[in-house]
Ligand binder design. Structure first.
Ligand SMILES: [Mn+2]
Length: 335
């Protein structure tokens, strides 16, 4: 039975978290600064209340987020599965799909541990979930800030920095303010704890590696336009990253450069998935066009302006199918 709390948080949600003594946190595969920052802040606050709290994700901490976790709290399944042994409650951050959390969430469920979610993505109605999902929030970090306040757990400068990183990441440096001025009020409260925001911003937004910069050049060289110049797209083969040492989602970082082109409303990238033969579809859009339905049509999901799916088939055929639907979507919505 699905039981989800919004904000203000339902008493049963706060009571369940307060009752937990040994908490484990997990997030989706391909962890990002939002999920990781939310975890680190929650761990810090939970420990300050006398609880034990650990993090076990499917994937290891990506190297580019090492600065976020100087204490080494972010664990991963292959190395740290033993940490799952003595927990009495689990929270899944920044996703509500247990499949997207990999082995930690599966192992916990098999062991009979409650796995609840804390997420800001729109929920698939048929999923059996408990926890908190509030889609009006910019980020899981903003939601966790509210949750920690509702629990009356402390947010010190270390936790605040992690939440600020989470929020800054998901809002593209506070440009996408889903919760409007509230998002900036939360950021201001976090800054008042006294950490320096500049290194956080630089680590998130001014730290592209040389390999990533070369990749960006290659991807931009593949960019094409469709739909009277209102769609920018590329279908990228595995050779795009040849000879470059790159993180798994390095191509994904290039899509803002597509949607950022003047006159473009929708960006589409098709790129190799981790699983050979599968293709990852990424979609972004400016405010005037919603592309969530296109992703859902192809069996994926996400937000109205940032969504994706995993596809099987031949790359150029798939790209043509997606483009046809995007051209119709753009024409329907913009005329
Ligand atoms: Mn997020």
């Amino acid at each position: 039975m699905q039981r989800l709390s919004g904000v203000p948080f339902e008493p049963w949600l706060l009571e369940r978290i307060q009752a937990a003594r040994h908490i484990v946190l997990s997030t989706h595969v391909g962890p990002d600064a939002d999920g990781l920052g939310s975890q680190l802040a929650f761990v810090r606050a939970a420990r300050a209340t006398g609880r034990t709290a650990v993090v076990v994700n499917e994937d290891p901490l990506p190297q580019r987020y090492a600065w976020l976790d100087p204490a080494g709290d972010i664990g991963h399944f292959d190395r740290d599965a033993a940490r799952l042994a003595d927990v009495d409650f689990a929270l899944l951050f920044d996703t509500h799909e247990v499949d997207r959390a990999g082995r930690p969430a599966q192992a916990l469920r098999q062991a009979g541990v409650d796995v609840w979610v804390v997420d800001h993505h729109a929920v698939k109605p048929d999923l059996d979930l408990q926890g908190c999902v509030a889609t009006e929030f910019s980020s899981s970090g903003e939601l966790v800030f509210r949750l920690l306040h509702a629990l009356n757990w402390p947010i010190d400068a270390v936790a605040a920095r992690a939440l600020y990183a989470a929020m800054s990441f998901d809002t593209g440096s506070f440009r996408f303010l889903r919760n409007q001025s509230n998002t900036l009020r939360v950021a201001a409260d976090l800054l008042d704890t006294g950490f320096d925001a500049n290194p956080v911003q630089e680590a998130l937004f001014a730290s592209r590696t040389r390999a990533e910069t070369l990749l960006l050049g290659r991807v931009l060289a593949q960019m094409q336009f469709a739909g009277n110049g209102r769609i920018a797209w590329a279908a990228l083969g595995p050779e795009i990253g040849e000879g470059l040492t790159l993180a798994d989602d390095a191509i994904g970082e290039t899509i803002p450069h597509f949607v950022g082109v003047e006159g473009v409303f929708v960006a589409m990238q098709l790129k190799p998935s981790r699983k050979p033969g599968d293709w990852k579809l990424s979609l972004r859009s400016k405010a005037a066009v919603k592309i969530g339905d296109v992703a859902r049509h192809f069996g994926g999901g996400g937000h109205e302006h940032a969504a994706g799916a995993t596809l099987q088939g031949e790359k150029d055929q798939l790209a043509a199918q997606v483009l046809a639907m995007l051209e119709k979507t753009v024409a329907d919505q913009l005329g």
